[in-house]
Design a protein around this ligand. Structure first.
Ligand code: SF4
Length: 446
């Protein structure tokens, strides 16, 4: 059901109290119709409005919560392209283990998954889920692998089998883990839906083609079940891309509810690192909910985690670090002073290169609204006078005796203004690229 801004307006209190952040109820209604806000922002919405609008303004892609505490979220997207607003929840990354894998491979993979951590721009990135696949002819190995994977990692699982009875047994064993059952077909959907509901899991659904999949999800939806993921049967990268795009377009542009669910995709190992990585990269960019990798490969994970972090940052809110003076190493009151902006990526690259140089230093990071050096300078946020003002405000001159500051080479033009604004300080123009900081520091130490 598409509901217009004017229809929504009739259901709102009409007091124009502004508590929702909009100047009028009409403005709020228009935003709500454009899916740019949520009804919960209006504290005075009536129960009737909540009931009517709740169904009408629910995100075109259903949100799912996974994991024992429901902390892993997928879905809830409202735009096709990241630059239109933002992509909401990052694609979850899972690593697969087959129940026919040798015991030592299983143990190594589970330990690696549990221990995997990658720090990038201040965030700790980790593997979200474990996928286990039923390959062996009987179900015993699969069930004990499910138990083991859950006990060793405490991460929700993707339970993958073509046998509904085995899936049902595994789902019961993992009750409370809020995992994913993969996959229900048109023939097994009714049975597996009940298992998913009873044990609190999500259900991936698959069908030979898109029409049958739409029929299947519509049927489940009519039964009141919506904890669904779409699992397409595809045979090429192009086909997967096409189906992901069709489903997302249909959900967002044509309000096709039966395709408004996050997707589950298994990357099949081709033996080629690049081919496998490209399949996973595509899922992260367009529009995977869960991407299952065929095995644990730290090089591949580093690539995917980096891409995922970049794709799922809000383009309207650059990642920032707190404006302040950071100590790198163990600086004293005569240690060198560097300056950069508070764009996270810039900060972590510069601080990392100072650390690599082996010197201890102070790194001054003024408020630059999360912009990089040249952007901040062009916007007037990284000028000689603003830097001097920040240094005075934080009382740096009272804390250290150093009176030389190294500025990024890209903004050499601010050195005169900075020296004028900071009497008694010498301004040194450092390298343009952070990668040259180490050589710069070593040359000064000679
Ligand atoms: Fe209207 Fe509710 Fe917003 Fe107040 S908070 S202006 S009542 S929509």
């Amino acid at each position: 059901m598409v509901i217009t801004g004017l229809q929504i307006h009739k259901l709102l209190p009409g007091t124009n109290c502004k508590e929702c952040g909009s100047n009028t109820c009409l403005a709020f209604a228009m935003k709500l119709a454009a899916k740019k806000t949520e009804l919960s922002q209006c504290p005075y919405a009536s129960d009737e409005a909540k009931t009517i609008l709740g169904a009408a303004v629910e995100p075109p892609v259903k949100g799912l919560s996974l994991g024992p505490d429901g902390a892993l979220k997928i879905g809830e997207d409202t735009v096709l392209y990241r630059h239109e607003k933002t992509f909401v929840h990052p694609t979850l990354i899972a690593v697969n283990i087959n129940d026919t894998d040798p015991e030592e491979v299983i143990d190594f993979t589970l330990e690696s998954i549990a221990a995997y951590k990658m720090e990038r721009v201040g965030e700790i990135l980790s593997i979200d889920m474990v996928s286990i696949t039923h390959v062996h002819h009987n179900s015993g190995r699969f069930l004990s692998l499910a138990q083991k994977a859950w006990e060793k990692t405490r991460k929700p699982l993707v339970l993958c089998s073509t046998d509904p009875e085995t899936l049902a047994m595994a789902a019961r064993k993992l009750k409370g883990s809020n995992s994913v059952i993969s996959a229900a077909t048109p023939e097994t959907a009714n049975e597996l839906r009940l298992i998913a509901v009873e044990n609190g899991h999500a259900l991936a659904v698959t069908a030979p083609d898109l029409n049958e999949l739409v029929t299947l999800t519509s049927r489940l939806r009519k039964s009141g079940f919506s904890n669904i993921l779409l699992q397409f049967e595809t045979f090429s990268l192009a086909e997967q891309f096409q189906l992901n795009s069709i489903a997302r377009q249909a959900a967002l542009k044509d309000s096709v509810k039966s395709l408004g669910y996050p997707g589950l995709c298994f990357v099949k190992s081709t033996g080629d690192f690049l081919d496998d990585s490209v399949t996973a990269l595509q899922e992260i960019c367009k529009y995977g909910g869960i991407c299952v990798l065929p095995f644990f490969d730290p090089a591949q994970l580093a690539t995917l985690m980096t891409l995922r972090q970049n794709i799922f940052t809000d383009p309207q809110k650059p990642i920032q670090v707190e404006p302040k003076v950071y100590s790198i190493g163990d600086p004293t009151e005569t240690s060198p002073v560097f300056i950069t902006t508070n764009f996270s990526l810039t900060y972590f690259i510069v601080s990392g290169e100072i650390e690599n140089s082996g010197t201890s230093a102070w790194l001054v990071v003024p408020e630059c609204e999360g912009m990089s050096v040249l952007t901040a300078w062009a916007a007037g946020k990284f000028s000689g006078s603003s830097i001097a003002k920040f240094i005075k405000e934080i009382g740096l001159e009272e804390r250290i005796k150093t009176r030389e500051i190294v500025i990024p080479g890209y903004v050499a033009q601010i050195s005169g203004e900075l020296e004028e604004s900071l009497p008694g300080w010498k301004v040194t123009v450092g390298p343009q690229e952070a990668a040259d900081i180490e050589a710069f520091v070593k040359a000064r130490c000679k």
